[in-house]
Structure formats: structure tokens, C-alpha cells
Ligand binder design. Structure first.
Ligand SMILES: C=C1C[C@]23C[C@H]1CC[C@H]2[C@]1(C)CCC[C@@](C)(C(=O)O)[C@H]1[C@@H]3C(=O)O
Ligand SMILES: O=C(O)CCC(=O)C(=O)O
Ligand SMILES: [Fe+2]
Length: 381
């Protein structure tokens, strides 16, 4: 059963971000986000307090998202119609009967809990380095100085390029040692299952957009994706902070598994709405890179995660990303119909660098990145 937390409607900040991250550069000792100490504090550090216009609030309505049943071969056309309807509006839908084994999901969840339960020093053995997208991050204390998220994360790369290359398994044994061998194997299997599921969803997205069935599957076959585990500890003042701030995912497609605790919210029709947890479903959303591939037809929508006073929340996100050097450009079927291009050609390697070194992902990431690409073309460095 979903555990409901209360929140009210506010609008996201509209202001443009500066094209660089607000990295800590003063002389004060670094702030440490240690969940086992912070979850009982009634006064949270200022860096975690979000501006009024972005603070979460109570009683928000539920977002109605379609359930796409992947076991029904007979209803593929109906599924692609529902997907088109959801993706032209907000880009969020649920998949059920997805074929990913329940035991794999629960083992992945059990191991995630064990990881986050370790003392901070143990988790820091996988510390994320500045400018990199992978590793352990306790909030983003060394990376940003304001609007810090109330979460700790563990992110790692999954590559489907050479099947059998076992990127995830190798990452765990190289960074955390032999005792993480089982962890690495489970998450290798989990990422392979997510990659296959993404490719099935890509076929449906192609059908919904009227693009040759294999086009998007082929585009993402050799995906170079990011897997992220999120832990949102309880917070005594959940109305002041956010677990994950308002953003659109820069990646192509996100497949999210939420535990039984409510927290995911999407900004649709000018208001925040919840997507309630469902243990049988994955939440799928379109990211900026797929929005660019569809020439803006399918939307990458603003979303965030709120926290609560009573219980910790955990989620697992698979961010599908293209192979780094693949050129992101809409297929000819779309361009012939639409004539004008909404975004310039780019590669995921450029976009990833932009979000890690120059810009904090928000509602404007894709537009800011497009302008950056266009101005860099005119003035090559
Ligand atoms: C390419 C990426 C940047 C982020 C991790 C992956 C995919 C999603 C991005 C993110 C989750 C969007 C919200 C802001 C962010 C900083 C976060 O809160 O985690 C983003 C990730 C990141 O840059 O670490
Ligand atoms: O944890 C969640 O529910 C959402 C997290 C998210 O949006 C992200 O990691 O990109
Ligand atoms: Fe997200």
C-alpha cells in the first residue's frame, strides 16, 4: 500500500540559470550530509532550504497516467495510441506486465538498502568525483552551494555495446571490492533487464510517432546508460526542502521503480501532481534527448521528488542514454512532415558534459544546451 505524504501546489522557478554550476568556493568547512544524523534535526542547514516559489506544499491531486500492459500483443495499436496521448502532453506513463522478475527487483531493493545503511565512510569508498556522473554522492554538498537535495545517491554506468562486457559488475568489484561481487551481479542483471525493457518501449514510441518500428530500437541498441539508486531520508521539516529539485531528465527515457512511499510529482497544466507508487509498475518518462529525437513532439516534463517526516523513501532510476558519439537528429519520417528543426544535432557526450560541468539540470536544460551548441558552432573554442 502506498504511504501518502501531504504537499500543496506551487509553481517552479521560472528564472534562467547561469550557464555554470554554483560550486562551493569559500573557505567555510565543507557541509556533510550524513542521513543518520540529519534525519532527526529540527533545524536543517540553510543550504537545504529551497526558495519559497519552489517549496513543496500539501494536498496535491493525483496525475492520471495510462497503464501500458506489455503482455498484450493484441493491443499494440491501442498501447501506441495511449502512449502518443500521454507523451504529447507530459511524457509520463506506467508499464505493467513488463516481464522483469519480481525476485530481481526485490533483491535489487534489498541490496540498495544494505548499501545506504552502511556508515558514511563505507559509502564514500565509491565517492563521485567532480565533473563525473557516477559514484556515491551524499546530497551534492561539494558540487552545489544552494538548493541542496535531501538525498544520497549511488550512480553507475551501464553499457550495452558489447554484450557480455559486464560494466556494472566490473565497476563494483573495482571500486568496492570482492564483498560487492553479488551486488555487482544483481545490478548487472537489473540494468540488462532495464535495457531490454527500454528497447521494447522504443518500438512502441516509434509506432506512436509513425516511425519505422526498428528505428529507435536500433538507435538505442548499443546504449551507454546511467543507473541511479536514490535514498531520501526522513526530514523533520519536509515543507522546506526537496529530495530532487524540479528538473527534466536530460537523458532519453527514464524507467523508475519507486518503493511504497509517495514522493514523485509532475508539473502538468500548471500544477504539481503525484504519481502514486505501484509495486507492479515501472514509471516511464521521456527525457530531453528523446524530445529532441522526436523534434519536440514528445515532451520531457518537469518533475521533482518530495520528502516526508515519517519514513525514508528509495527509488531506482535507469536513465537510457545513446552511445556517446551517436548523432541525435530526428528520423526522416518526422523531418519530412515537420520541415523545421527544433534543436541542433548533438551527441550525448556533449549533453552529458554540459549537465555535469556547465549547468544544473532544470526545466530549461535542453533549450540552454541548444543555445550553447549553436553559439559554440559560431565561435569554436
Ligand atoms: C545526466 C544526468 C544528470 C542527472 C543524472 C543523469 C540523469 C538525470 C540528471 C538529474 C537527476 C536531474 C535532476 C538534477 C540532478 C543534479 C539530480 O538532482 O540528481 C541530475 C543528475 C546529475 O547531474 O547528477
Ligand atoms: O525518486 C524519484 O521519484 C524521482 C527521481 C528523479 O526524478 C531522478 O532521479 O531523475
Ligand atoms: Fe528525473
Amino acid at each position: 500500500m502506498a504511504i501518502l505524504c501531504t504537499t500543496t501546489t506551487t509553481s517552479p522557478a521560472e528564472k534562467e540559470h547561469e550557464p555554470k554550476q554554483d560550486l562551493e568556493n569559500d573557505q567555510t568547512p565543507p557541509l556533510i550530509f550524513n542521513p543518520s544524523l540529519l534525519n532527526l534535526q529540527t533545524q536543517i542547514p540553510n543550504q537545504f532550504i529551497w526558495p519559497d516559489e519552489e517549496k513543496p506544499s500539501i494536498d496535491i491531486p493525483e496525475l492520471n497516467v495510462p497503464f501500458i500492459d506489455l503482455s498484450r500483443q493484441d493491443s499494440t495499436l491501442e498501447a501506441s495510441r495511449l502512449i502518443a496521448e500521454a507523451c504529447t502532453k507530459h511524457g509520463f506513463f506506467l508499464v505493467v506486465n513488463h516481464g522483469v522478475s519480481e525476485s530481481l527487483i526485490s533483491e535489487a531493493q534489498r541490496l540498495m538498502e544494505r548499501f545506504f545503511d552502511m556508515p558514511l565512510s563505507g559509502k564514500q569508498r565509491a565517492q563521485r568525483k567532480p565533473g563525473e556522473s557516477c559514484g556515491y554522492a551524499s546530497s551534492f554538498t561539494g558540487r552545489f552551494s544552494t538548493k541542496l537535495p535531501w538525498k544520497e545517491t549511488l550512480s553507475f554506468r551501464f553499457s550495452n555495446e558489447n554484450s557480455g562486457s559486464r560494466t556494472v559488475q566490473n565497476y563494483f568489484s573495482d571500486t568496492l571490492g570482492q564483498e560487492f561481487e553479488h551486488f555487482g551481479k544483481v545490478y548487472q542483471d537489473y540494468c540488462e533487464a532495464m535495457s531490454s525493457l527500454s528497447l521494447k518501449i522504443m518500438e512502441l514510441l516509434g509506432l506512436s510517432l509513425g516511425v519505422n518500428g526498428d528505428y529507435f530500437r536500433g538507435f538505442f541498441e548499443e546504449n551507454d546508460s546511467i543507473m541511479r539508486l536514490n535514498h531520501y531520508p526522513p526530514c523533520q521539516t519536509p515543507d522546506l526542502t526537496l529530495g530532487t529539485g524540479p528538473h527534466c531528465d536530460p537523458s532519453s527515457l527514464t524507467i523508475l521503480h519507486q518503493d511504497q512511499v509517495n514522493g514523485l510529482q509532475v508539473f502538468v497544466d500548471n500544477q504539481w501532481r503525484s504519481i502514486l507508487p505501484n509495486p507492479k509498475a515501472f514509471v516511464v518518462n521521456i527525457g530531453d534527448t528523446f524530445m529532441a529525437l522526436s523534434n519536440g513532439i514528445f515532451k520531457s516534463c518537469l518533475h521533482r521528488a518530495v520528502v516526508n517526516r515519517e519514513c525514508a523513501r528509495k527509488s531506482m532510476a535507469f536513465f537510457l542514454c545513446p552511445k556517446k558519439d551517436k548523432v541525435v537528429r530526428p528520423p526522416s519520417e518526422i523531418l519530412e512532415k515537420m520541415k523545421t528543426r527544433k534543436y541542433p544535432d548533438f551527441t550525448w557526450s556533449m549533453f552529458l558534459e554540459f549537465t555535469q560541468k556547465h549547468y544544473r539540470a532544470d526545466v530549461n536544460t535542453l533549450d540552454s544546451f541548444s543555445n550553447w551548441v549553436i553559439s559554440n558552432k559560431k565561435n569554436p573554442i
